[in-house]
Design a protein around this ligand. Structure first.
Ligand code: MIC
Ligand code: SF4
Length: 702
């Protein structure tokens, strides 16, 4: 037998299924144990409400951390109430809390806890950031984490493992790790990682520090990948040692004769600064091409039709405006580590941000912030006219810094979906902090490789990072102290809703027919107005599909005045639900009456979220049937009591057009159980009450 790749090694060490690792095929369900779980406030309030509903005394995963980093504006009582709830439930249930201001979940976790060889789950799609130090780090919905914290094993669909072979060296300082992941997105697009884990390897790996690797694994989420991972080597050791946790280091590399399902080659020395055009992280071109004003028709030839209108509108506007930009935002879980911000500071030093530009910098963590301050680099940043924001997600999730009408925003973030900036007419361009900083100084897109005067400095990774821990709140060690803690819930925090058990048939109106690549931001928008409602499903459901159909909720209420379950269906193209892990994009439509999504394909996390909440993620057997269905048709889904493990085909009658066609879904036996009960919550409640009874009985015998 051939050797193992890193993914196989980690899965093997955690496998609790009945068969050994070498017998798994693509898509087979594999059960693994979980070492760490992380939540963040925007998804975490729901996850913790679910955990509370499961009603067990404390978390059963060795390390659980609840981060507060998304909802930080506190424009009224709602966010502060959420924070209070998260603080009290963490203390009671045995989780560490990372206070607001401690930093962005993924950056803080990378610095403090991510560990080579461990498997971690996070209620956030950018959890794969931990892959930068060799963790197998996977983003999932809140209910998956809630059930795993309650002791359930985690079920993963066995992935394709793609080797990304890095050769050569980056042409620093202007070409960075961000350009590597943008290159991969250029090569493969936003669907290019479906069902896959990307394992990085090759001589180029040695040139990348752990935080740079984390930039790459973080944004691997935009490929639709299950996760991405780097080996754990000398550079990992240096990073962990500098974070004062050398004991977490283990060597983790693939065997020389390891096999992969696919190999991608990237020569780092050939890369140039890249940029993702509005509104997709997959629409990547070289910055130089925009500066040279490559005709839009030439750019369009590279991209699917779906994105053509966006590119025409936004690049057209950029060219008309002589490449001028309104806003530059540096930060996010992708690009806010110490080294990248130190280089940013060296670009800004003794310069002034152009008068037409508002520039912000949000350091990824409190410790990054302090390190920049200690070394005087913060002075260079502030001195140039940058607006410093606190360490948090901020503008990345539309919490402030919304650009002007028709604005052109340059961001170092990982997503530029339609409307995500908070302004639907604006366009966001994604690129590295070094490229973005030069643009901020010049006021417009420029080719950094031709820059003569500004000379950015490349910093070595420090041997000692600042490793302050005083914004973590550890739960009381003493069980009786934990028991006494009262969970505080403000008036905006509503109970967790629940679905009905599935019957044999669903009759539903097609309330919406959408196109390809609908994002979770399209289904359930973020931003300062809506994020404070994340712990209140009835309230947040008023925004379902708002960015793409403002009348959707009115239609849903008219159809379903008594708030019944499973009365309408959504028809979609490919990659429905790409983007975030927010389960609100499943729960809120469920609340309005969604029974099933019937699509050409559905993104992994969103598919799982639908099942977790008792809705059917169906795919057309013949994608051409998509064209035969119209909005407002009535569909009848039959034989739902006969779902079986593996691929089931379901007969669907279009009652309006009088024809029958087929849809399919590939389910594990656990997923069938979940669907039939109405989701993971009703299922686990049944199971847990049995376990508790059994435990009491065995104690009685002792
Ligand atoms: C995002 O980047 O979209 C988020 C906000 O971090 C989400 C989670 C969420 O919606 O709260 C994610 O990436 O999963
Ligand atoms: Fe926060 Fe943006 Fe990262 Fe999501 S992508 S965790 S909103 S910084």
């Amino acid at each position: 037998m051939s050797g193992k790749n890193i993914v196989q090694k980690i899965l093997e060490a955690h496998n609790i299924s009945e068969k050994p690792i070498n017998e798994f095929k693509l898509g087979d369900p594999i059960f693994v144990t979980i070492d760490q779980c992380i939540t963040q406030d925007a998804t975490g309030t729901m996850a913790w409400l679910e955990f509370e509903a499961i009603n067990i005394p404390e978390v059963k995963v060795p390390l659980v951390i609840s981060y507060i980093d998304h909802n930080m504006l506190q424009t009224d009582f709602r966010n502060a109430d959420d924070h209070q709830f998260l603080r009290t439930i963490a203390a009671k249930k045995g989780a560490i809390l990372s206070k607001p201001g401690n930093g962005i979940i993924h950056q803080v976790h990378l610095e403090n806890f991510a560990t080579p060889g461990k498997i971690m789950l996070g209620t956030d799609s950018h959890t794969p950031t931990g892959g930068g130090v060799g963790s197998l780090a996977i983003g999932v919905g809140g209910l998956v984490v809630a059930t795993v914290m309650a002791g359930e094993p985690f079920e993963l669909k066995y992935p394709n493992v793609v080797k990304v072979n890095l050769s050569g060296k980056l042409n620093r300082p202007w070409v960075t790790a961000m350009d590597v992941i943008l290159e991969l997105l250029k090569l493969r697009g936003v669907k290019g990682g479906l069902k896959s884990i990307f394992e990085y390897s090759g001589p180029g790996v040695k040139d990348l520090t752990a935080p740079e690797r984390a930039t790459i694994t973080n944004m691997g989420a935009e490929l639709g990948a299950t996760t991405s991972i780097f080996p754990s080597d000398e550079l990992t050791k240096h990073f962990l040692k500098a974070q004062n946790r050398e004991e977490d280091y283990t060597l983790l590399v693939a065997d020389d004769d390891a096999e992969y399902d696919e190999i991608v080659e990237i020569d780092l020395s050939k890369l140039e600064p890249n940029v993702a055009l509005p509104h997709s992280p997959g629409s990547v071109v070289k910055i130089r091409e925009l500066v040279e004003r490559v005709p839009i028709s030439k750019l369009l030839e590279r991209f699917p039709k779906k994105v053509h209108v966006d590119i025409k509108t936004h690049v057209g506007r950029l060219y008309e405006r002589n490449l001028e930009v309104d806003q530059v935002c540096v930060g996010s879980c992708t690009n806010a580590s110490y080294l990248v911000l130190a280089t940013t500071a060296s670009i800004l030093k003794d310069q002034t941000v152009a008068s037409n530009i508002s520039m912000t910098v949000s350091p990824g963590s409190k410790n990054v912030f302090m390190q920049l301050a200690k070394e005087g680099l913060l002075t260079d940043i502030i001195g140039s006219g940058v607006r410093i924001l606190e360490s948090g997600c901020g503008p990345c999730i539309g919490m402030g810094q919304t650009p002007p009408t028709n604005g052109i925003s340059v961001r170092t973030f990982n997503r530029n979906f339609y409307g995500r900036t908070g302004e639907k007419t604006a366009g966001a361009y994604l690129m590295s902090p070094t490229s973005a900083s030069l643009i901020a100084l010049k006021g417009k897109f420029v080719d950094s490789l031709k820059e003569k005067t500004i000379k950015p400095k490349i910093f070595d990774e420090p041997d000692d990072f600042i490793t302050s821990k005083n914004m973590f709140i550890y739960p009381p060690k003493d069980k009786s102290a934990r028991e006494k803690i009262e969970i505080i819930k403000g008036p905006n925090i509503a109970d967790c809703p629940i679905n009905d058990p599935l019957s044999s048939e669903i009759k539903g109106l097609v309330l919406l027919k959408t196109t390809d690549d609908i994002t979770t931001d399209d289904i359930m928008m973020a931003g300062a107005k809506v994020l404070p409602l994340r712990s209140n499903i009835p309230a947040i459901s008023q925004y379902v599909f708002n960015p793409i159909d403002e009348k959707f909720v009115i239609k849903a209420k008219k159809l379903n005045p008594n708030n019944k379950r499973r009365v309408f269906i959504v028809i979609a193209g490919n990659n429905y639900g790409q983007g975030s892990s927010r389960e609100h994009a499943a729960i809120a439509p469920m609340w309005l009456g969604l029974g099933a999504v019937l699509a050409k394909s559905i993104a992994r996390i969103h598919r799982d979220n639908l099942i977790q909440w008792g809705m059917l993620p169906l795919e057309f057997v013949d994608p051409k049937d998509y064209d035969k269905i119209n909005q407002e048709d009535v569909l009848i889904l039959k034989g739902l009591d006969a779902l079986r493990e593996g691929i089931s085909e379901i007969e669907i009658k279009n009652e309006t057009k009088e024809f029958t066609f087929k849809a399919k879904l590939n389910l594990s036996s656990k997923e069938i159980e979940m669907l039939s009960k109405g989701g993971a919550l009703p299922l686990i409640k049944t199971k847990i009450s049995q376990t508790i009874n059994l435990a009491v009985r065995s104690e009685d015998f002792l």
